[in-house]
Design a protein around this ligand. Structure first.
Ligand SMILES: Nc1nc2c(ncn2[C@@H]2O[C@H](COP(=O)(O)OP(=O)(O)OP(=O)(O)O)[C@@H](O)[C@H]2O)c(=O)[nH]1
Ligand SMILES: [Mg+2]
Length: 304
């Protein structure tokens, strides 16, 4: 059997469970997960290396339509992941009420002309079980031979078996490759800095309500490794308004302390030792509408 390797892009609506699925497939927490839609902003890579080949999963933002600002970036990022992948993984959730939203994702999969499979996520939502057949029928209409696999993050020990099945189905569709694309020891090519940014963002989503977490970005200002046993991470939480800054800091700095503590604990778990983390909140008015500021924060959009 020849060795295969390539990129598998995750395609789905916001909140469909793409990042949860990526983490299950990679068996590591690579991509952040929240109960709010539009959590993932930039693509996140997770690597599964086997003796038969290497699957590089690419998590992406959910499909949105927008003409400007951060949402334009999200739309482009999701479309770029589709364009740049070898194979696609359609992620359709039993939590999805709208048939049109399912059709939209299936349309994108078909349009791409790339090989794909479909995973039905949140299969534990028993009350929505009828949607499984609806999805299967819609998939069959566009392509009768496409594999459909159900998955839930609530399934305990069965998860691993289903994850193995998903990876092996995708491996069959990937191109033959002379060598792996990434170091086989790595589960992600992202740096600790990049992963730390995402972890801090996730904790912001957990501690902040309504539009506040959507209007902020995180950037690492300094990553000082002069003491390798206690690296020092200085990060800014960049927000758009003074009123949001007040909310993020909280009464007696309670909220920012909570975000910092939770983020530090998770970064420490990831790197396997203690870290020092200092967060500061800064206001940059309308950063999400300003292309230069967006670029500085890692959300690159084409300059016009
Ligand atoms: N009940 C149930 N909830 C799930 C399952 N998978 C994911 N979720 C929940 O669905 C929500 C969204 O999950 P994410 O993985 O962040 O979804 P996403 O598709 O990456 O969302 P965006 O990044 O915003 O596009 C979270 O609250 C998850 O805990 C599942 O199998 N069952
Ligand atoms: Mg996500």
């Amino acid at each position: 059997m020849s060795y295969r390797a390539g990129f598998v892009g995750l395609v789905g609506q916001p909140n469909a469970g793409k990042s949860t699925l990526l983490n299950i497939l990679v068996e590591e927490k690579v991509s952040i997960v929240t109960d709010k839609p539009q959590t993932t902003r930039r693509r996140v890579l997770g690597v599964v290396s086997l003796k038969e080949g290497q699957v590089v999963y690419v998590d992406a933002p959910g499909i949105v339509r927008a003409k400007s600002g951060l949402n334009e970036f999200l739309e482009k990022e999701a479309q770029d992941v589709i364009g740049q992948s070898d194979v696609l993984l359609g992620v359709l959730s039993l939590g999805e009420k709208s048939k049109d939203n399912v059709l939209e994702i299936l349309g994108l999969l078909k349009q791409s002309k790339k090989p794909f499979i479909v995973v039905i996520t949140k299969a534990d939502m028993i009350a929505n079980q009828h949607r499984s057949q609806v999805i299967r029928d819609l998939v069959k209409e566009i392509s009768p031979t496409v594999k459909v696999i159900e998955m839930s993050n609530q399934w305990g020990k069965d998860i691993k078996e289903v994850a193995t099945q998903i990876t092996s189905e995708l491996l069959k569709l990937l191109p033959v490759s002379p060598a792996p694309l990434y170091d086989q020891e790595l589960y992600t090519p992202h740096s600790v800095k990049e992963l730390a940014v995402e972890i801090i963002r996730e904790k912001c989503f957990e501690s902040l309500m309504q539009e506040v977490p959507y209007n902020l970005a995180v950037r690492i200002v300094k990553y000082d490794e002069s003491n390798p046993r206690l690296p020092k991470i200085y990060a800014d939480i960049v927000t758009t308004k003074d009123s949001h800054k007040g909310i993020i800091v909280g009464k007696g700095a309670k909220t920012i302390k909570e975000i910092g503590m939770k983020a530090r604990a998770e970064i420490e778990k990831m790197v396997g030792h203690k870290v020092f983390l200092k967060l500061e909140v800064v206001v940059r008015e309308n950063w999400s509408e300003n292309k230069k500021m967006m670029k500085d924060l890692g959300y690159v959009v084409s300059e016009e």
